[in-house]
Design a protein around this ligand. Structure first.
Ligand code: IFG
Length: 500
């Protein structure tokens, strides 16, 4: 299988192959890093050194500067910045003289590195030296994202995933230029982030016996969470923390009974039911609690967003829902963050910067369209396309199937700008692929549900619509089987893909 310059996911905007002009990375090759590219140069070296066994020393390099033609590093890999390319954009030029990666910003340069990794032989992902010829196909790629928000979500409440597991999951996501990770930190079955002013949350609802079937215990200390945020940021991923409310709060109520109407703690829940719990809109204890949580989480979150959930509030009357959300949204602003909520949030009065995350399966949603018409931005996560916990097929496990089953072609075959009448390109912040964990029991389960469908959502979020083509995608995807095997990433061998 010859590797071609365009065999990249997400599909690049512009690919000009020059097969006769390839470059082979050999021992003695150096990396030259223009000012501001040093951190990404380290990522590049870390990605190439194990499998090649080459030293790949990093030295200073000339800056592109305005209009200056970068001095080509003979036989080397040169990294530079050129802000005129734009946010997250990049250019990769490969010829016998070497490789030049240019980023519109460090994130764009990081994405150039991900693209370079994908056009090297699959063995580049090995964790030890391989006797492979590291030839990069010649030519030029110029690329930039369609949407600025390209997210994945991991539900760590139903089943907890350790810091190491989340970091491993992140390493796999960024190869597809994902730049947001939404963590669903709280739900009926568990509370997963330590809140110092509310220690019982994790003492009572983060420990042994929590999670679905009691099989998903654990929580992040604030130091661990800060470490995760930093790990993500170093890979240009913004963490979006979610505290789901007013529903999905049984775990909080077990820990703090004053959060219930009668002050009596409910029993802990480890089943799959939703929609039975609610914070009490008429009690001041409710808002003291919410403020404690939001204050501490905002201080731990350099990213701009706090997700307050708002879904499935069947146990909250519409009036109480509006009253509750009306009290909570000003708290998000008080702590300097921008609110995100599931699309039901549109049932309440919203500040202009509130973002709706659409998760429905309907042909239309007037409430979401109405909010979009009022200027609210939307993150598209239709459950029948982007929910990675949906089974691949009727006979595959794990996963749920309330939104139907989702094979790779279904995950790929949609356009976020055409999904809901009244919610067009300009209303969209981007897309996100949520992975709910009720039926997951390991990182391998999470990987299997994520790969190969996440690359479909990543391509929808990144690539120009004109490149969207199922036959091209399934052929390019086939090359990732060997890449995931080299990395020890479990994936579903979907029958509709001609796997290599
Ligand atoms: N809907 C619930 C999730 C989870 C999911 C599983 C949302 C916004 C079904 N809410 O999706 O808590 O149970 O597919």
């Amino acid at each position: 299988m010859t590797r071609e310059l365009g065999d990249v996911i997400p599909a690049p905007g512009e690919v000009r192959p020059d097969p006769a002009a390839g470059f082979t990375i050999e021992t003695g090759v150096t990396i030259s890093a223009a000012p501001g590219t040093e951190a990404v140069a380290e990522h590049l070296a870390a990605a190439l050194r194990p499998a090649t066994g080459f030293d790949l020393p990093i030295g200073p390099g000339p800056d592109a500067g305005a209009g200056a033609v970068p001095a080509r590093t003979p036989g080397g890999i040169h990294l530079e910045l050129d802000e005129t390319l734009g946010d997250e954009a990049y250019r990769m030029v490969v010829d016998p003289g070497g490789i030049v990666l240019t980023g519109g910003d460090p994130a764009g340069l990081f994405y150039a590195v991900q693209t370079l990794r994908q056009v090297l032989p699959a063995e580049i992902h090995a964790d030890g030296p391989r006797e492979t010829v590291w030839t990069v196909p010649g030519g030029l790629i110029a690329d930039r994202p369609r949407f600025g928000y390209r997210g994945a979500m991991l539900d760590v409440a139903r089943h907890f995933f350790s810091v190491a597991e989340v970091e491993s999951y992140l390493d796999a996501l960024v190869q597809f230029k994902i730049n947001h990770l939404h963590l669903h930190l709280t739900d009926d079955q568990g509370w997963r982030l330590e809140i110092e002013s509310r220690p019982e949350l994790t003492v009572v609802s983060g420990g042994a016996g929590t999670g679905v079937d009691g099989a998903g215990p654990g929580f992040y200390t604030q130091d661990e969470y800060a470490g995760l945020v930093a790990y993500a940021a170093a890979r240009f991923v913004t963490i979006v923390p979610e505290f789901d409310m007013p529903g999905h709060v049984n775990a909080a109520q077990v820990a703090y009974p004053e959060l219930t109407a009668d002050g009596v703690a409910p029993g802990p829940r480890t089943d799959l039911e939703v929609g039975y719990s609610s914070l009490v809109a008429g009690k001041e204890e409710t808002y003291a609690f919410v403020e404690d949580v939001l204050r501490e989480v905002a201080a731990l979150t350099p990213g701009p967003y706090l997700h307050i959930g708002g879904d499935e509030a069947q146990a909250t009357t519409p009036e109480d829902y509006r009253a509750f959300i009306g009290r909570v949204l000003p708290l998000v602003a008080k702590y300097g963050k921008r609110p995100v909520g599931w699309h039901e949030l549109a049932g309440a009065d919203l500040p202009g910067d509130a973002i709706l995350q659409y998760w429905g399966i309907d042909a239309a949603d007037d409430t979401t369209a109405g909010a979009a018409a009022r200027g609210h931005q939307v993150i598209m996560s239709p459950a029948d396309r982007s929910y990675l916990d949906m089974r691949y097929a009727a006979d595959t496990r794990p996963g749920l199937d309330w939104a139907g089953v989702t094979d790779v072609e279904k995950a790929y075959g949609w356009d976020p700008a055409g999904r809901l009448p009244g919610v067009g390109e300009d209303n969209l912040l981007g897309v996100e692929a949520p992975l709910w964990s009720e039926t997951l029991r390991s990182l391998a389960d999470a990987q299997t549900m994520t790969f190969p469908r996440l690359p479909a959502i990543a391509e929808i979020g990144w690539s120009p619509r004109v490149t969207h083509d199922w036959e091209s995608f399934r052929r390019r995807l086939a090359a990732f089987g060997p890449r995931w095997r080299e990395q020890g990433i479990a994936y579903h061998p979907a029958p509709e893909i001609p796997w290599q």
